[in-house]
Design a protein around this ligand. Structure first.
Ligand code: SAM
Length: 508
């Protein structure tokens, strides 16, 4: 059924003109969820479709909004290093109940160290962690460690589900979005799906979450609006996801159609076909989903992640402990460092352990600095603290409002995903403090009401470098190279012709 694909991936501009009010209302509700923030999603034209626009003047350095991912996942090879919530990527505590959690030994920090060491801490080690915290003057964090089963609500389970939650709120969120339909402990074939995704493309795991959420929406529409046709129910259930969709995965992955294009399309089709086979088994009891369990539709869902995903990084609480442990417990410190180096994914190298899924990552390289200044590579390789750079939770997420921000080569805002992203001089470090897999968007220039808010999808450092005042001739030369580099790099974000003020200045 091609028509559902055409409808789903209607180009943003056409879609906007046809459904103006519907889309605007949807986004104004989503913006309201973020709290009082000076933004609106609207049609910005110039071939860009929709974008984010300031509704008030925003001073440089000001936080515009922060947003939790609608769907997030931890990268598979990061599991040994960080035990985090399946919804928000916050580090888990070590209490599995919802009773008062004020015990000193149940903090997120102790749970994180225990996870790295693969065992419970001895009372002496617990005391050392607590002392390290006191020495650093840091507050400890409490969080739960909940399974997906709600007491009194349990269905029969033959296996276990590894998804855990840091709070009841996160667990409820996942259950509302259909977790029970894709829980390996309750549903057959989910394990095989996950295995296949892990060995081919982990974004399939996010796609699975989207299918589960659509199934949940279809089921509740079936109850609330039984008179609607099955197709209408499906379209309504899919509607919000449609606002992310632009193109087929196989088109996005190969912006330059060359001789290898056909080969790549075939390879992608083949893994989509395998993966969609498992999807069909998993959702066999939701017949309304049949039209979207095709390779074509699956390719549109994967295209969503390719163009909108934000890579997320959450620094481990162990980072702040470990440096202060040296004062109190050298032995525990070296045990942790040794364990981290054993658990590190193979070939992971210094400050380059993020996974580029071709994602819209807001233009940030991860730079983790834990107070160790390395003079050069040789020093680094001898420094046991080097392994700390792998000690973060890493994942990917899809954010509703964030995904409406367009790229500019002269951006007026910047995205922060973790406390160690390089902070420009005019932004206070305290503005960028985040936890729990959310992103923060901060103004880096004064923004006037009515102006579009833009970020750079490319490497921030590189853009700034070329913005500096240089010798005019030299700058011209650099600019020409840089324009070519930008044009090429932007293609993988679905931008064939950049419509920012620098690349397409307004005509006089
Ligand atoms: C993350 S989405 C941003 C929201 C998008 N404009 C929409 O209507 O949904 C990224 C897509 O927006 C468009 N886009 C973003 N920045 C652009 C730019 N500077 N020039 C042209 N198109 C742009 C491209 O289609 C890109 O794949």
């Amino acid at each position: 059924m091609d028509s559902i694909c055409d409808w789903f991936a209607a180009d943003s501009a056409r879609q906007y003109l046809a459904e103006d009010k519907l889309i605007e209302n949807y986004y104004s509700n989503e913006v309201a969820e973020l709290g009082v923030v000076p933004i609106v999603v609207s049609y910005v034209g110039n071939g860009k479709g929709k974008g984010l626009v300031a509704t008030q003047d925003i001073a440089a350095g000001g936080r515009i909004f922060n947003e939790r991912a609608a769907f997030a996942m931890q990268n598979m090879d990061n599991h040994p290093l960080a035990r985090v919530c399946g919804v928000c990527l916050a580090f888990l505590g070590n209490k599995n109940n919802t009773m008062g959690n004020k015990d000193n030994n149940s903090s997120v920090e102790i749970a994180a160290v225990a996870h790295l060491l693969r065992r419970s801490l001895t009372p002496r080690e617990i005391a050392a962690v607590n002392d390290a915290f006191a020495a650093a003057g840091l507050a400890k964090h409490e969080a739960l460690d909940l399974s997906c089963f709600v007491e009194g609500n349990d269905t029969e389970m033959t296996k276990t589900c590894s998804t855990r939650y840091c709070s009841i709120e996160c667990r409820n969120y996942d259950l509302r979005n259909g977790h029970a339909r894709i829980c390996p402990a309750r549903v057959e074939h989910v394990d095989t799906f996950i295995e296949h995704a892990t060995s081919t493309n982990e974004s399939f795991l996010l796609a699975l979450k989207v299918y589960a959420a659509v199934a949940e929406r279809v089921a509740s529409l079936g109850l609330s609006s039984p008179d609607l046709s099955a197709q209408e129910q499906l379209k309504r259930a899919l509607w919000p996801f449609r606002l992310f969709a632009k193109d087929y995965w196989w088109n996005i992955c190969q912006p330059d159609l060359d001789s290898s294009a056909e080969e790549l399309t075939l390879a992608l089709k083949s893994i989509l076909k395998e993966s969609s086979q498992y999807l069909k088994y998993i959702f066999a009891n939701v017949p309304q989903l049949t039209p979207i369990l095709t390779v074509e539709f699956y390719s549109l869902i994967m295209g969503i992640f390719e163009q909108n995903n934000v890579s997320l990084v959450n620094p481990s609480p162990v980072l702040s402990i470990i440096e202060n442990l040296s004062l109190t417990d050298k032995i525990l410190q070296s045990k942790i460092l040794e364990s981290v180096s054993q658990l590190m994914p193979e070939n992971d190298c210094y400050s380059e352990h993020h996974h580029d899924h071709g994602s819209h990552n807001g233009g940030h390289s991860h730079s983790h600095s834990h107070g160790h200044d390395y003079e050069d590579d040789d020093d680094r390789s001898e420094d046991p603290f080097e392994v700390l750079d792998a000690l973060v939770a890493e994942g990917n997420g899809l954010h509703t409002i964030h995904a409406t921000i367009n790229h500019s080569c002269t951006p007026n805002a910047m995205v922060f995903k973790d406390a160690s992203t390089l902070v420009p001089n005019n932004v206070s470090k305290s503005e960028t403090k985040i936890r729990n897999g959310s992103t923060i968007v901060i103004a880096i220039k004064d923004i006037k009401a009515g102006e579009e808010i833009t970020v750079s999808y490319l490497d921030e450092g590189a853009v700034n470098e070329y913005d500096e005042d240089e010798d005019v001739e030299e700058e011209k030369e650099i600019d020409e190279d840089h324009i070519a580099w930008r044009a090429m790099s932007l293609k993988e974000y679905g931008i064939r012709k950049c419509e920012c003020p620098k690349c397409a200045p307004p005509q006089a």
